[in-house]
Write a protein that binds this ligand. Structure first.
Ligand code: NAD
Ligand code: UDP
Ligand code: UDP
Length: 310
């Protein structure tokens, strides 16, 4: 199959491209290198079934493909808040262009949506039927509302044009090839620990997240793409094991053998207090569930960050 991966030079995209090439597909990666990098794709650049195009998906794209994975969008708060108008454009104009492309070519299209569509949730764990509690005018809104609008577009193309859609709500995912300056908690803590500098906890560290290892997520994403047409989602994927940010910091310090201490900083505006996916739909309809424990995944991720430090 000929598969387009937008945002393929980013963290998740590069893992996805690698797996799809490994499975014998022809992969076209489109990326504007806003947060992604060619380094993430080093091993693929000379592969005969892999092609890289520098392109911004807020502009139209005319190519011939069988499937689209739409991952293009900065995912970490510091990056998506740097140019918030561009973030909304990427989610909304980008979705319109990729859906237009899917409609013209008859390609099936998967949207990398997010647990952020639930905002600061009042329902815990989050189920797909929950509509969320999202601030429409805050500093996270460009990302949260952009992704919500993209979901709306996906479902309207499905209802109006019968485009085959798959909407995947991804919960916090981590692993090798996260950007070291990404600002996300796992990469920040590991980089800080390896440098023996203070681990910065925002707030008192009692907020919770559930961390999914990248290999588990990519397996689920590909599995969802090949599921029956009627299974449009939205479907949650993530690891339901929930940890406080303080527990995560302590684990990282222990696993790296670091001399780092913990330093508390102000909590950013609209930071969700708790987040944990209900994955019963993915389990029932796709037979999917994560298999990598947090410590196991952290060890692999620490190994990667050590290797790029040298
Ligand atoms: P990332 O920042 O590493 O990757 C995003 C990629 O998209 C980068 O390579 C970037 O250069 C590219 N990009 C950004 N704007 C673009 C544009 N206008 N045109 C073309 N390319 C563009 O982030 P990631 O963690 O790999 O996330 C990938 C997708 O998964 C995103 O859509 C994100 O919202 C979603 N997601 C990720 C997580 C997570 O925990 N990693 C959680 C929920 C959702
Ligand atoms: N588009 C694209 N590639 C294609 C087909 C469409 O990038 O192969 C873009 C184009 O910019 C268009 C948008 O997708 O405006 C939506 O396409 P659609 O056919 O849904 O609507 P249109 O705007 O063409 O009426
Ligand atoms: N966080 C933290 N220290 C950091 C980076 C993040 O305490 O150096 C916190 C952040 O405030 C949030 C949690 O860790 O409560 C997860 O943050 P991240 O940006 O990774 O993801 P998201 O908030 O999008 O879930």
């Amino acid at each position: 199959m000929r598969i387009l991966v937008t945002g393929g030079a980013g963290f998740l995209g590069s893992h996805l491209c690698r797996e799809l090439v490994k499975q014998g597909n022809e992969v076209i990666c489109v990326d504007n290198f806003y947060t992604g990098s060619k380094n993430n794709l080093e091993d693929l650049l000379t592969h005969k079934n892999f092609e890289l195009i520098r392109h911004d998906i807020t502009f139209p794209l005319y190519i011939e493909i069988d499937q689209i994975y739409n991952l293009a969008c900065p995912a970490s708060p510091i990056h998506y808040q740097k140019d918030p108008v561009q973030t909304t454009k990427t989610s909304v104009h980008g979705a319109i262009n990729m859906l237009g492309l899917a409609k013209r070519t008859g390609a099936r299209i998967l949207q990398a949506s997010t647990s952020e569509v639930y905002g600061d949730p009042e329902v815990h764990p989050q189920v797909e039927s929950y509509w969320g509690k999202v601030n429409p005018i805050g500093i996270r809104s460009c990302y949260d509302e952009g992704k919500r609008c993209a979901e709306t577009l996906f479902f309207d193309y499905w209802r109006q044009h019968h485009t085959e859609i798959k909407v995947l709500r991804i919960f916090n995912t981590y692993g090798p090839h996260m950007h070291p300056d990404d600002g996300r908690v796992v990469s920040n803590f590991i980089v800080q620990a390896l440098n023996n500098s203070d681990l910065t906890i925002y707030g008192d560290g009692s907020q919770t997240r559930s961390f999914c290892y990248v290999d588990d997520l990519i397996r689920g994403m590909i599995n969802f793409m090949s599921s029956p047409v009627a299974l449009t989602g939205p479907i949650n994927m993530g690891n339901p094991s929930e940890f406080t940010i303080l527990e995560l910091a302590e684990k990282v310090i222990r696993l790296t053998g670091s001399r780092s201490k913990i330093a508390f900083r102000n909590l950013p505006q609209d930071d969700p207090k708790q987040r944990k996916p209900d994955i019963s739909l993915a389990s029932r309809d796709l037979g999917w569930g994560p298999t990598t424990e947090l410590e196991e995944g952290l060890i692999e991720t620490i190994k990667y960050f050590r290797s790029i430090q040298k």
